[in-house]
Design a protein around this ligand. Structure first.
Ligand code: FBP
Length: 599
């Protein structure tokens, strides 16, 4: 074959690697295997475990049907008897929110659970497509082309929040018009909350359609402790970010001139940052949850970083990598107060503000509605950050933190502090708790410091990659579990998987047990509680015990690319293994490997 043909042959998801990984066997949990070794849907029974959230009183008022049906009891899958599996059901599936690696394998698992006796329909472009009724049939050959392949592009996705009576009615019409027996929502906390509301709405109107959620988000904050250690996509995203951060560690130590400030995705939780830190051991890592717990102001964060940079300089190290979690601004106490006050004012004066023509007008209108401290802080922020805080919220009321250049804000403030230190060395060097101990020569050397920085934002690079072997296996089981829950006639549950070190345990979690009441834009909203980094957890403890060593010396590591074969190919997230108390993290066990491409 000539070179021209060889190059064009790889178009349309046919790169040599994609061709190979389509053929990779995937582990299958024993509950999904019949006596003949073929895949079949599992059945579910009640366990003795219940999950309830902090505001059960309000949840019971808002979701009476779901609560009385599930009793908040966790379900567990078991291998069904050998009777004929259910036939003739029509099940639709959608992606919601940001992409996460492995989404296509959820579809593959669903398709395998439904078998040839039922119909799987794809909903185009997420909740928007559900409202429009934009559905098409997913065929077995479609599954063969997308299995183990990254992205959400086969269906598309979006972030529409289904909230108005008119929207719920449209969902009902789509369900009725398409004779759906099941609806599977693959999404994060907001999308799974949507799934619970849809389940309640349909049930209250006597419509027999199982609504099942699947936990997706690279952020890892859609998790439920021992029932669901992590959401899918986290493992792949953190391995990609770790490869890139590892490379930056290596480059920093080679070029010996730059500090690389790397903002890492994770809108709220710093789980991604913690995992990447454990994989790459950079010079400095900020964890939002710790900053909030210690009530650290923006100034004290800057002081913390500058102190480490200065101490490293004294050892002759003038380079390194600094990890900054995407959601940081919302965890800095004074910023959090400012955002809360802005949210309240934005909700109260929504129409007045919408009528004002310029950002300047909006800012002038809002300032008198803030406390003096918040108004002062607001005025001190760069204009583009002010704009983000005033104007931009997503459909779910979240500040769009991915657009806020926190890493650049920190760089500016650090530069300013270093120049201040050079001018007033007495204030910053010498004896005293806050001061940096240094000899006169070291202080003179410090005056010569020029901080050379590079800033990076890693997020989108990690969302649509081909799934790691862990995510490929995890998502396939989640699809099998979701399909089985639908065929078992369950509604208002989330498909879940746990015990990643011993074959996997397949569960159905009542969505209402995960939901709580939260203030958003000044109003009470019902949302699935986000799982954050816990400062008492083994993963954070190990990080905290080691970070001083990583700050003092160049102790970094560079884990390299995702492997599909080789020593790290069966690795699961380190934070999951540590926090679940698994004996190892480098050899996940989710069942017997099978070639599932033809199922
Ligand atoms: P989901 O919660 O929908 O999975 O999205 C997570 C995320 O990747 C965040 O880390 C980030 O803040 C956000 O998506 C960015 O989303 P967008 O695609 O709207 O820019």
């Amino acid at each position: 074959m000539d070179l021209f043909n060889k190059v064009s042959r790889t178009a349309g998801k046919h790169s040599p690697l994609e061709e190979e990984i389509r053929k990779l066997p995937i582990p299958v949990n024993s509950v999904f295997l019949g006596k003949d070794g073929r895949i079949r849907p599992a059945d579910f029974r009640e366990t003795g475990m219940t999950i309830t959230c902090k505001r059960c009183d309000r949840i019971a008022e808002v979701f009476p049907k779901m609560i009385s049906r599930s009793g908040s009891v966790v379900l567990e899958a078991f291998a069904a008897d050998q009777s004929e599996p259910v036939k003739g059901k029509r099940v639709a599936v959608l992606f919601s929110g940001g992409p996460a690696a492995g989404g296509h394998n959820v579809l593959a698992g669903l398709s395998a659970a439904l078998g040839s006796g039922n119909t799987l329909l794809g909903i185009k472009q997420g909740p928007k497509g559900l409202l429009k009724g934009d559905l098409f049939e997913i065929k077995k050959e479609d599954i063969r082309s997308i299995i183990n392949i990254g992205g959400f592009d086969f269906l598309g996705t979006d972030r529409t929040k289904i909230k108005t009576p008119d929207q719920f009615e449209k969902v009902r019409q789509t369900v009725v018009n398409n004779r759906l027996d099941g609806l599977v929502v693959i999404g994060g906390d907001d999308s799974n909350t949507n799934a619970a509301f849809i389940a309640e709405y349909l049930e209250a109107r006597g419509i027999n359609c199982s609504v099942i959620g699947v936990p997706k988000t690279i952020d890892g904050d859609m998790a439920a402790g021992k029932y669901l250690p992590i959401s899918f996509g986290f493992d792949t995203a953190t391995k990609i970010f770790s490869e890139l951060v590892g490379n930056l560690n290596q480059d920093a130590a080679s070029a010996v001139k730059y500090y690389h400030f790397v903002k890492l995705m994770g809108r709220t939780a710093s789980k991604i940052t913690l995992e990447v830190a454990l994989q790459t051991k950079p010079a400095i890592t900020l964890i939002s949850e710790e900053i909030s717990e210690k009530n650290m102001s923006l100034d004290s964060i800057v002081n913390y970083i500058v102190r480490i940079i200065t101490l490293r300089r004294m050892k002759g190290i003038n380079h390194g990598v600094i990890l900054v979690p995407e959601g940081l601004v919302e965890f800095i106490p004074e910023m959090r107060r400012l955002i809360a006050e802005l949210n309240k004012a934005l909700a109260e004066y929504e129409t007045d503000i919408a009528d004002l023509p310029s950002l300047e007008n909006k800012r002038e209108f809002l300032l008198p509605h803030l406390t003096a401290e918040s108004a002062q802080l607001m005025a001190s922020l760069p204009p583009d950050l002010q704009e983000m805080l005033i104007l931009d919220r997503d459909d779910h009321g979240n500040v769009k933190v991915s657009q806020i250049e926190t890493e650049k804000l920190l760089i500016d403030k650090i530069r300013y502090r270093i120049s201040e230190m050079k001018r007033h060395t007495d204030r910053f060097f010498g004896d005293g708790e806050e001061k940096i101990p240094a000899t006169p020569e070291q202080v003179e050397d410090f005056k010569k410091v020029t901080l050379a920085t590079q800033s990076h934002f890693l997020g989108y690079e990690g969302r649509s990659s081909k799934p790691t072997k862990f995510d490929a296996a995890f998502t396939f089981q989640l699809g099998l579990a979701a399909g089985s829950l639908v065929l078992a006639g369950k509604t208002g549950y989330m498909a879940a998987l746990t015990d990643f070190d011993r074959g996997g345990r397949v569960l159905g979690l009542p969505l209402t047990g995960l939901i709580t009441a939260e203030m958003r834009k000044g109003k009470e909203e019902f949302v699935i509680e986000k799982s954050l980094v816990e400062l008492q957890s083994p993963s954070f403890t190990i990080f905290a015990q080691n970070r001083d060593k990583w700050a003092k010396e160049d102790f970094f590591s560079s884990p390299g690319a995702i492997q599909y074969w080789g020593p790290t190919s069966n690795q699961m997230p380190i934070i999951v293994a540590l926090d679940q108390g698994y004996p190892y993290f480098d050899n996940f066990d989710l069942g017997e490997e099978k070639l599932v491409t033809a199922e």
